[in-house]
Design a protein around this ligand. Structure first.
Ligand code: SF4
Ligand code: SF4
Ligand code: FES
Length: 241
């Protein structure tokens, strides 16, 4: 089948503004969007920049916007687009470093703020820290996050308020809060009991729609809110006694 790839180009060293460039692409075989981009780069223009690594929907680095939808280039079959025109854009709301490569620093900085790793007790047992299957089931949805940044790029609040931690970081925090091995004190949650944290979210769920791994990060934000409200009620109840 014949395709036109309309790719957003921008090199801040020489271009005033981003622009679209069209490339003809023909493929008889089944190809992913990432494979097509690699073919175009190899055969037509070696200056096109884009990120990728695993090619297996695991590393999250190939996240882009394809015909208006957030997705991973490596797991999107060209045929599934059902369109001879394939419009490729970088993730929005993040500074373009070159073509489809964006500056992910704001995303990583937000994640770092929630300390995205297990705060566990020292384990003496040689069996490690066994976790009940039901506990794992509760957080499995959030464990699936591959940190691609689609949700962050789609989030209208993250795009206008640099204080806002964004969906991936908040969902990741919930993943650890619900992990029975994590011993971080509840007081730690006060850091997200703010407009830059869970109360900044507009609950329009753009992040859930954008996530290519069905993490539904806004579910984690809503659950964190509930937890904060319940803890507040408990505290008031204790004070009243
Ligand atoms: S639901 Fe919240 S986190 Fe998700 S896109 Fe909307 S504002 Fe952002
Ligand atoms: S929650 Fe989904 S969209 Fe957001 S970073 Fe994780 S995998 Fe990507
Ligand atoms: S290349 Fe790793 S997720 Fe696509």
């Amino acid at each position: 089948m014949d395709y036109i790839f309309r790719i957003l180009r921008f090199d801040p060293k020489k271009d005033q503004d981003p622009y679209f460039q069209d490339f003809s692409y023909e493929s008889e075989e089944k190809k992913s969007v990432l494979e097509a981009l690699m073919d175009i780069r190899n055969d037509q223009d070696s200056t096109i920049s884009f990120r990728y690594s695993c090619r297996e929907a695991i590393c999250g680095s190939c996240a882009i916007v394809i015909n208006g939808n957030f997705d991973l280039a490596c797991r999107t079959d060209l045929e599934s687009l059902r369109s001879p025109l394939v419009v490729i854009e970088p993730l929005p709301n993040l500074e373009i470093q070159k073509d489809l490569v964006v500056d992910m620093d704001p995303f990583w900085e937000a994640l770092q703020k929630i300390e995205p790793y297990l705060h566990s007790e020292k384990i003496e047992s040689s069996q490690g820290h066994l976790v009940d299957d039901r506990d794992m089931d509760r957080i499995f949805q959030f464990v699936n996050c591959i940190m691609c940044g689609c949700c962050y790029a789609a989030c209208p609040v993250a795009s206008r308020d640099e204080r806002y931690l964004g969906p991936a970081a908040l969902a990741k925090l919930y993943r650890f809060v619900r992990d029975p091995r994590d011993i971080r004190p509840f007081a730690d949650l006060s850091r997200v009991n703010t407009e830059g944290g869970v109360w900044g979210c507009d609950t329009i769920f753009e992040c859930n729609k954008a996530c290519p791994k069905d993490v539904r990060p806004a579910d984690g934000i809503v659950a964190l809110r509930k937890k904060l409200v319940i803890e507040k009620i408990k505290r008031l109840f204790r004070l009243g006694r």
